[in-house]
Design a protein around this ligand. Structure first.
Ligand SMILES: O=C(O)[C@H](O)[C@@H](O)[C@H](O)[C@H](O)CO
Ligand SMILES: [Zn+2]
Length: 299
């Protein structure tokens, strides 16, 4: 039994770090800084972070089968060529809305890119309500809208048998499940599987482990929690030295390490001086459970 170890591996400090994704081919961790408007790639070998600046809030990044990456940028799905530092728009959503942007996104086991939108925040978690929607970018580059009325579209992942889609709308303080049809990419039968407790604060990013349990980063909760989606029980709490934990993924050798992103936006001087690692990326080892590789976008 190894013991739990939490280390801040990238101290540069994102404004809102999000969407950690392990890139096995590069042996590196991808993530974004939403308001800092950059896509980052941290190498465990060099300990260094490369960053590609973009010209709008970038809220998620995903691997792409044909190589390189796809991102959600402003209200667009876009392609990112890393070496060339080249971003090209694929398609735009929320054309009827003036004040929204994409937030979290992830690729499903069939290679579809799911991502949702939200109104621009006035300050963290303060925004015009019900402005967001959940979308999918299909491999043929067409877009499907699943539903609207979302407050802050956030964490998403799929059960190991691909029959359930897990989803978080942060301001519902709930982790939800939908029946999932992998053949069609359609979702239905929404229900709540876990309601956050007060000190857990706001549910944000999420990932699944090889035992089918969910890990949810709690924004303003300074922790990741492990949930059993079948019983609705919390199994474990891992506290981190920063309050604004935003998302988590597994990576590293055999996906045995967990990476947690964090934010510093919305913290005053005093708060930042108490938590100088705010905005950093944390590596947790010794959890005794592994994750699964991220699915690449098939288009
Ligand atoms: O990271 C995200 O998902 C949002 O873009 C952030 O702004 C925060 O999580 C949000 O403020 C908390 O609800
Ligand atoms: Zn988020």
């Amino acid at each position: 039994m190894s013991s739990l170890r939490i280390e801040c591996v990238a101290k540069e400090g994102c404004r809102i770090g999000e969407s950690p994704v392990w890139d096995e081919k590069e042996g590196a961790l991808l993530c974004v800084d939403i308001t800092g408007r950059k896509v980052c790639r941290w190498s465990p070998l060099t300990g260094e972070t490369q960053a590609i600046p973009v010209d709008a809030p970038v809220s998620s990044v995903a691997l792409r089968k044909s190589g390189d990456y796809v991102i959600t940028l402003g209200t667009s799905f876009a392609a990112l060529k890393w070496k060339e530092e080249l971003v090209t728009t694929i398609t735009q959503v929320d054309k009827d809305k003036a004040n929204t942007r994409f937030n979290d996104g992830k690729v499903d086991p069939a290679g579809r890119y799911f991502a949702g939108t939200m109104a621009e925040e006035i300050r963290p978690a303060v925004l015009e309500r019900h402005q967001g929607s959940l979308y999918t970018l299909l491999p043929d580059l067409s877009v499907v809208k699943h539903f609207d009325q979302v407050d802050i579209s956030n964490g998403l992942d799929w059960s190991l048998d691909h029959r359930i889609f897990f989803y978080i709308d942060s301001l519902s303080y709930s982790v939800d499940a939908f029946d999932y049809d992998l053949q069609t990419g359609k979702i239905g039968n929404r229900r709540s599987i876990y309601k956050l407790e007060k000190e857990e604060s706001i549910p944000d990013g999420m990932c699944i482990d090889t035992e089918g349990k969910l890990w949810v980063a709690c924004y303003d909760g300074g922790r990741v929690i492990r949930l059993d989606p079948e019983t609705g029980k919390r199994l474990q709490t891992v506290k981190l030295p920063v309050d604004k934990t935003t998302s988590c993924c597994f990576g590293g050798k055999d996906y045995s390490e967990m990476y947690v992103t964090s934010a510093s936006d919305g913290m005053d001087k005093e708060w930042l001086s108490r938590q100088p690692q705010a905005g950093g990326i944390f590596k947790i080892t010794g959890l005794g459970v592994k994750g699964i590789p991220p699915y690449p976008f098939a288009g």
